[in-house]
Design a protein around this ligand. Structure first.
Ligand SMILES: [Zn+2]
Length: 317
């Protein structure tokens, strides 16, 4: 082979290499999705996606885990993909945010709620109410950024039971030793997130039976002691923002008795999921969920009242 031929081949492979390296890395359009509920507009906002280890899921034999994950084409080397979503409700008079994402509390894959809300055409200072299903960092941290309120004109609502659990200095003493350091680190993140709102008297609590603006509160303790969902109705339609009664559209739908490591009371969390899954499957309830695949809006179906299937909304332009 001549030197010229070698040079030509080198030239070809170089061009080829350039073509490969210019393939763009995976990058999607901003994560927001709009859905109509009667007179209201619901905007699902994506905070980010990540992978959960299958070891986090409890009360399920490993052979069954593998069988279910195979069915869903889960790449087990990566783990089970999970979303973090929040939801913005525009009533025409008010902007209400349900949960707020993780900000920088849960690593670099999360923290896009603030930019996605703006990409959807809304302004953070116009949000006047924030409803928190519970106080885990992936729901509360997004209300603030480094000690400054992201939504300076909003009043934040969380259940009294939830606030008491995390703020009571005695709670940590009741936990197993292995969980204490993690608990205190979480409390620290919660305190930082709510501080700018507390300072301006913009943190309020609710209890069973209360109504916040147009939302009914739905008691669903277990994942955390003061966990609540929120139900919203307009023109005969209803959506329930279910919060963390479920963390996986795979394992916890096929086998809803499967607990997850993040549950404060796994037994109660399973009972709560079984209760609401049965209820929502029967009534055909539209639900919005923070940890089901974005946009996290859809229905819960059951053929046999034992196992379930997630039926997501279909993209509508
Ligand atoms: Zn969560």
């Amino acid at each position: 082979m001549s030197l010229l031929a070698l040079g030509t081949m080198a030239g070809i492979s170089q061009t080829h290499a350039q073509t490969i390296s210019s393939v763009p890395q995976q990058k999607q359009v901003p994560g927001y999705y709009q859905y109509s509920l009667g007179d209201y507009q619901i905007t699902a906002l994506l905070d980010g996606t990540n992978y959960l280890s299958k070891a986090l899921f409890k009360n399920i034999p490993e052979a069954e885990v593998n069988q279910i994950l195979k069915k869903y084409y889960v790449d087990q080397a990566k783990g089970i993909q999970t979303s973090v979503n929040a939801f913005l409700v525009n009533t025409g008079k008010e902007l209400i945010l349900v949960d707020s994402g993780a900000s920088s509390c849960n690593g670099p894959n999360f923290g896009s709620i603030y930019s996605n809300l703006q990409a959807s055409g809304q302004k953070p200072e116009q949000v006047n109410t924030i409803l928190l299903t519970h106080l885990h960092p992936d729901h509360v941290c997004g209300i603030s950024n480094n000690g400054t309120a992201n939504f300076p004109n909003a009043t934040v609502y969380v259940s009294q039971a939830e606030l008491d659990f995390w703020m009571n200095p005695k709670t940590v003493e009741k936990l197993p030793k292995a969980k204490q350091a993690g608990f205190l680190a979480t409390v620290d993140k919660i305190k930082k997130a709510i501080a700018p709102y507390q300072a301006k008297n913009q943190l309020k609590t609710f209890k069973v039976g209360d109504k916040i603006h147009n939302f009914d509160v739905v008691s669903s303790a277990g994942h955390t002691p003061g966990h609540f969902g929120f139900s919203l109705k307009s023109q005969g339609q209803e959506m329930v923002f279910i919060g963390d009664i479920v963390h996986s559209h795979t394992l916890q739908f096929d086998r809803p008795q499967t607990a997850v490591d993040f549950d404060v009371d796994p037994k109660q969390a399973v009972e709560t999921r079984l209760k609401y899954f049965a209820e929502y499957a029967k009534s055909g309830q539209t639900v919005a969920a923070p940890h089901l695949p974005f946009p996290g809006i859809g229905h819960i179906y059951s053929l046999d009242n034992k196992s379930y299937q997630w039926i997501p909304v279909h993209f509508k332009d």
